[in-house]
Design a protein around this ligand. Structure first.
Ligand code: C2E
Ligand code: CA
Ligand code: CA
Length: 246
């Protein structure tokens, strides 16, 4: 059953891209002190012809195996840059909208060119599309990833370490590769326990002392939001504030 499911995803993904079945959702990021929207994250959705939705946790891991994730990411980046440009044309001041960068890109020699091509196509400031890379990607292929990150940072792009706390890349926080850390939902959930609170409080303190920006993911309750703000993490993304929206 699993093999059939994966095969179907493999067969259907490129036609889905072509037929506009791949949708760009955005989840706002807020300043918890004021509720003001300070940014967003682009999240992919796949709407099947019958109206049903396929979630990225189901299909991204499958298309990461065969490389089609590169096509999906390119598509998402393009949509986000187009949207930002559209806002600018309407005379609005857009907030940054982060894009997800699959670990697969880390291995691609043309990763840097692909990113640059899209921002120059729409002529937008690289700061408006922070790049989120999951923490676990940093543990493999480190040196080539660092090189690519550095070269993009020199051109004004920002990097956010996604899912922080789910892998084990503490060491790399001391280098200059990370502009922002996204504290994983598991940390936020753990404020329910004494030890969880100690851990989260000290993680926040450490990131602050290192001078790295931070945002908490998966904030679902007022209690979590209050704890984070009281301990010095003021930005969040989570259902308590907004769900991803088309
Ligand atoms: P992620 O990058 O960690 O994205 C955050 C996920 O947490 C999203 O799930 C979002 O809907 C969910 N979330 C946000 N707030 C809450 C909350 O308060 N509670 C709970 N329970 N969940 C919350 P989503 O959209 O299903 O995406 C899952 C993962 O799929 C993403 O995790 C990311 O790793 C990957 N993904 C999504 N879009 C893309 C994309 O365009 N390209 C690539 N390469 N990966 C993507
Ligand atoms: Ca992300
Ligand atoms: Ca995350």
């Amino acid at each position: 059953e699993k093999m059939l499911f994966e095969k179907k995803i493999e067969n259907d993904i490129l036609p889905a891209l072509k037929n506009d079945c791949i949708k760009t959702y955005i989840q706002p990021k807020v300043d918890m002190r004021t509720g003001r929207i300070v940014g967003g994250e682009a999240l992919v959705r796949w709407q099947r012809e019958d109206g049903s939705m396929v979630y990225p946790d189901e299909f991204i891991p499958v298309i990461e195996k065969n490389g089609y994730v590169l096509d999906v990411d390119d598509y998402m980046w393009d949509k986000v840059c187009y949207y930002i440009k559209q806002l600018e044309k309407e005379g609005k001041t857009p907030v940054p909208i982060s894009i997800n960068v699959s670990r697969m890109h880390v291995y691609q020699e043309d990763f840097i060119d692909r990113i640059k091509k899209i921002t120059s196509k729409y002529d937008i400031n690289p700061k408006l599309i922070p790049l989120e890379i999951t923490e676990s990607a940093f543990t493999s292929e480190e040196s080539s990833l660092y090189r690519k990150i550095k070269s993009l940072q020199d051109c004004g792009y920002r990097f956010s370490m996604d899912d922080f706390g789910s892998g084990s890349s503490l060491g790399m926080l001391k280098d200059e590769h990370v502009d922002e850390v996204k504290i994983d939902k598991t940390f936020v959930d753990d404020i329910a326990t004494d030890k969880g609170r100690i851990l989260l409080k000290n993680v926040i303190q450490m990131i602050r002392a290192l001078g790295i920006d931070m945002i908490a993911e998966g904030v679902e309750t007022k209690e979590q939001a209050d704890f984070l703000v009281n301990n010095g993490c003021i930005y969040a993304q989570g259902f308590y504030y907004y769900r991803p929206m088309p």
